[in-house]
Ligand binder design. Structure first.
Ligand SMILES: [Zn+2]
Length: 455
C-alpha cells in the first residue's frame, strides 16, 4: 500500500508509507501531517529529491527535463531553501510554514500553484533566469510575502494569488526586453499593504483586475509596459515619480491614483498618455517623443475612449491643483474629440454634422490650441487684423474702399463702416465678417492668456 496522498494523486513516484495517523491513514514522510513527522527528516528527503533531479537534468536539453515533484508536501517549522539552485520543481498544493527561498536560483519552471504559505514566505534576492519561470497561480500567502530585490528574468505569474498580509516587491526587477515573458498579477488580491517601490520590470507587467484592498505604493517604479485595466484600488495608490511613459491607463481607476511628479509620455511639449500613442505607426494619434521605438503593438483604443481617459485625468489634475497638467490633458481630450468627429464624418454614411464639429474643433485648435496656447492665439489675432490690409493693398484684387483712412481700417472692430454708396455690398459683408472674426479671436486670445496665467 502506498501513501494515501501519493496513491490518490496517481504519482508515478509512490512513496512507501512510514507514518500512520490516529485514524489509521498511512502517509509517506512528504505528505504526513506535521505533527507525525520530524521536520529534519522531511527536509533531508526533500533536499535529496531536489539534488537527485538536478543532477539528472544536468546533461539534458531543457525540453527533456525531469520534474522534481513535491506536490502536496506538508512543510513544518522553518524550511530553509536559501541559495539553493532548483531543477524543474513542482510544489503544487504544498503547504509551507515559515519558508526562506532567499537567494535561490530558479533556472527552470517552478510551480507553486495552489500552494499555501501559512507563515512568512521570504524570496529576497531569489532569481528566475536561463529560461526559468515561476508560477504562483491561486497561491495563498497567509503571512508576509517578501520578494524584495528578487530578479524575475522569466515568466512570473501571480494569477489569482492572494496576499493576506503585506506584500513586498521593493527593488525587484526584470532585465529582459519588452517582448520577453511577462509578469502578471492578474486578478490577484492584496488584502494588506503592497509595496512596489523602485521596481524595474523591463518587460510587460499586468495588473488587470488586480484588487488592492489597502495601501499600495509604486514610488519610483519603472515598467517596460504595464496595464491596470479594471484593477481596483480601495485606497489611494501612490504613484510618486513613477515612469509612466509605457503605462497603459485605459480602464485604470485613475481617480484612485495619486500622481506625484510622474514622468509622462511627451508629444509636442505636452504630457499625454501612453495609450494615445501606443500604435503610432500609422494608427496611433500622437507620436511619443520621449521613448524609443515601440515594437508591434495592437491597435490602440478608439478616440472616444481616450477622450474619456483624458477628461478623467484632467479632473484628477485639477483636484490636485496641477493646472499645467490639466491643461495638457485638456488638449488631449479635445484632440481625441476631433479625431472622433473625423472618423464619424468620413467614409460611407459619414455625418455632415460631425464634419462641422471636426471643422470647428480644427479651427479652435489652429487659432488657440484649444484655448491653451496664448501666443498662438495672439499671433492669429495679429494675422486676422493685417489680413484685410494685405488683401486690400497688396494685391490686384484689392477691395475698393474709399475714405480718409487707409482702406483696411474698416475691417477692424469698432471702426464705423463706410456708407453704402461708396462701397459694394460684398465689401460691407467682408468688413462685417472680418470685424466679427477679429472680435472672436481677441476673445479667444484673452481666454487663452487667462488660462495660462491662472496656472
Ligand atoms: Zn505520499
Amino acid at each position: 500500500m502506498p501513501c494515501c496522498v501519493c496513491g490518490a494523486e496517481f504519482w508515478d513516484d509512490n512513496q512507501n508509507p512510514l507514518i500512520t495517523d490516529i485514524e489509521g491513514d498511512e502517509y509517506c514522510i512528504l505528505h504526513a501531517p506535521i505533527e507525525y513527522k520530524d521536520h529534519e527528516d522531511l527536509m533531508n528527503v526533500v533536499w535529496e529529491r531536489i539534488n537527485c533531479v538536478f543532477e539528472k537534468n544536468l546533461d539534458k536539453p531543457q525540453d527533456e527535463y525531469e520534474t522534481c515533484s513535491l506536490d502536496y508536501t506538508v512543510f513544518g517549522e522553518f524550511s530553509d531553501f536559501c541559495g539553493l539552485k532548483f531543477p524543474k520543481t513542482n510544489f503544487y498544493k504544498a503547504i509551507f510554514s515559515v519558508v526562506d527561498f532567499s537567494g535561490s536560483e530558479f533556472c527552470s519552471d517552478m510551480g507553486f500553484e495552489f500552494a499555501v504559505f501559512k507563515s512568512q514566505a521570504c524570496f529576497i534576492g531569489a532569481e528566475v533566469r536561463d529560461g526559468g519561470s515561476l508560477d504562483y497561480s491561486y497561491c495563498v500567502f497567509q503571512d508576509e510575502a517578501i520578494f524584495q530585490s528578487a530578479v524575475f528574468d522569466g515568466y512570473v505569474s501571480f494569477f489569482r494569488t492572494t496576499f493576506e498580509k503585506n506584500a513586498e516587491f521593493t527593488y525587484s526587477k526584470q532585465n529582459m526586453t519588452p517582448l520577453s515573458p511577462t509578469i502578471t498579477f492578474r486578478e490577484a488580491m492584496f488584502i494588506e499593504a503592497s509595496l512596489f517601490l523602485s521596481v524595474d520590470y523591463k518587460s510587460i507587467t499586468c495588473f488587470d483586475r488586480t484588487h488592492f484592498c489597502a495601501e499600495s505604493d509604486f514610488t519610483k517604479s519603472k515598467f517596460g509596459g504595464v496595464s491596470f485595466r479594471n484593477c481596483i484600488f480601495e485606497e489611494q495608490a501612490v504613484f510618486d515619480r513613477v515612469d509612466l511613459r509605457r503605462t497603459q491607463l485605459i480602464g485604470a481607476p485613475v481617480e484612485k491614483i495619486r500622481f506625484i511628479a510622474c514622468v509622462w509620455p511627451i508629444y509636442k511639449n505636452k504630457r499625454i498618455v501612453f495609450d494615445s500613442g501606443v500604435s503610432f505607426r500609422g494608427r496611433g494619434y500622437f507620436r511619443i517623443e520621449n521613448i524609443g521605438p515601440i515594437g508591434l503593438q495592437p491597435k490602440g483604443p478608439p478616440p472616444e475612449q481616450l477622450a474619456d481617459l483624458f477628461r478623467r485625468l484632467k479632473k484628477v489634475a485639477q483636484q490636485e491643483q496641477d493646472q499645467t497638467l490639466a491643461s495638457d490633458f485638456h488638449y488631449g481630450e479635445k484632440e481625441m474629440r476631433r479625431m472622433k468627429a473625423l472618423e464619424l464624418s468620413s467614409g460611407d454614411g459619414g455625418k455632415l454634422s460631425e464634419f462641422g464639429v471636426y471643422a470647428l474643433l480644427s479651427i479652435y485648435k489652429l487659432c488657440s490650441g484649444y484655448g491653451e496656447a496664448p501666443f498662438r492665439a495672439l499671433f492669429a489675432l495679429v494675422f486676422f487684423i493685417f489680413l484685410p490690409f494685405a488683401v486690400v493693398c497688396g494685391f490686384d484684387f484689392a477691395i475698393p474702399v474709399a475714405g480718409p483712412f487707409p482702406n483696411w481700417i474698416h475691417f477692424i472692430p469698432l471702426v464705423k463702416l463706410p456708407s453704402l454708396e461708396k462701397v459694394s455690398n460684398i465689401s460691407i459683408l467682408l468688413m462685417i465678417t472680418s470685424q466679427v472674426v477679429i472680435s472672436l479671436q481677441a476673445a479667444l486670445a484673452g481666454f487663452a492668456l487667462r488660462n495660462r496665467f491662472r496656472r
